[in-house]
Design a protein around this ligand. Structure first.
Ligand code: ADP
Ligand code: MG
Length: 263
């Protein structure tokens, strides 16, 4: 039995970070991050550019290796196995398995350009999860209807608007039936008039109970949808709380300045 918060006996927590540290050479980017998200909740992470938000999100998926602390997502230690109190990094194929429950959506949609919308969505379920093609297609169509793009199943990404591409990217992540969805500024690359359609899909997902960690500058979305808001600055979590608490009465000078609430 493990006694720390990452133990499987504490099934209510979907994401647990304890003292997470990450450096790039001499630059320490995450300076001891404590953070958790319960299943079914939406956590929004806000903060100025360069504060470590993307790095933290990428650590959650082991796209970056952490240098200290521990991090578990969907009940699995991210990228490591623990034996006799020591952590050992997993082999690449084992890492891929630990990612199976985690969906990620990036700022730049990252669809496979040479594949149709449908092919993009069924690729991982068929290739990684051994789902039959027919079953993968059925579920892809369910997801495409959900994001309002069933009529684009045979289109290529380049023929879609940014908002449509991002909605396909969300459907593609959902096709793996993830337990946790990570979003890194999913609307930052979009023309303003296309932001709403992507936020709408994310809001619907949140209402259905998906566990989500969302790095965003969309304060309106965070205020409306987030259960918790985390403000990062300089590699630290500076403030954390309900949207009302963080937006209406930030306690630190840094958060007050960021949210335009200087007293
Ligand atoms: P944010 O997403 O909050 O804007 P990032 O996590 O992208 O911040 O970056 C945090 C800091 O880490 C920045 O100073 C950035 O320049 C640096 N950084 C990010 N990725 C790398 C990398 N691969 N190599 C070196 N420095 C990096
Ligand atoms: Mg970023």
């Amino acid at each position: 039995m493990t006694t720390n918060k990452t133990g499987v006996e504490n099934g209510a927590l979907a994401v647990v970070a304890e003292g997470v540290r990450k450096r790039y050479g001499p630059l320490e980017v995450l300076k001891g991050i404590d953070f958790d998200v319960s299943y079914g909740k939406v956590a929004c992470i806000l903060g100025p550019s360069g504060s470590g938000k993307s790095t933290f999100l990428r650590c959650m998926n082991h796209l970056e290796r952490i240098d200290g602390g521990r991090l578990s997502v969907a009940g699995k230690l991210v990228g490591y196995r623990e034996r006799n109190g020591k952590l050992y990094e997993l082999r690449p194929n084992e890492i891929a398995k630990t990612r199976i429950d985690i969906g990620m959506v990036f700022q730049s949609f990252n669809l496979f350009p040479h594949m149709t919308v449908l092919q993009n969505i069924i690729e991982a379920p068929v290739g990684v999860k051994n789902v039959s093609r027919a079953e993968a297609i059925d579920y892809a169509m369910v997801l495409l209807r959900k994001v309002g793009l069933a009529h684009k199943r045979d289109a290529y990404p380049r023929t879609l608007s940014g908002g449509q591409q991002q909605r396909v990217a969300i459907a593609r992540a959902l096709a793996m039936r993830p337990k946790v969805m990570l979003f890194d500024e999913p609307t930052s690359a979009l023309d303003p008039e296309l932001v709403g359609e992507v936020l709408g899909v994310m809001k619907e997902l949140a209402n259905e109970g998906m566990t989500m960690v969302v790095v965003t500058h969309e304060m309106g979305f965070a205020r409306e949808v987030a259960d918790t808001v985390t403000f990062m600055d300089g590699g630290y979590i500076v403030e954390q709380g309900s949207p009302e608490a963080i937006f209406n009465s930030p306690q630190t000078e840094r958060a007050q300045a960021f949210f335009g609430k200087v007293r």
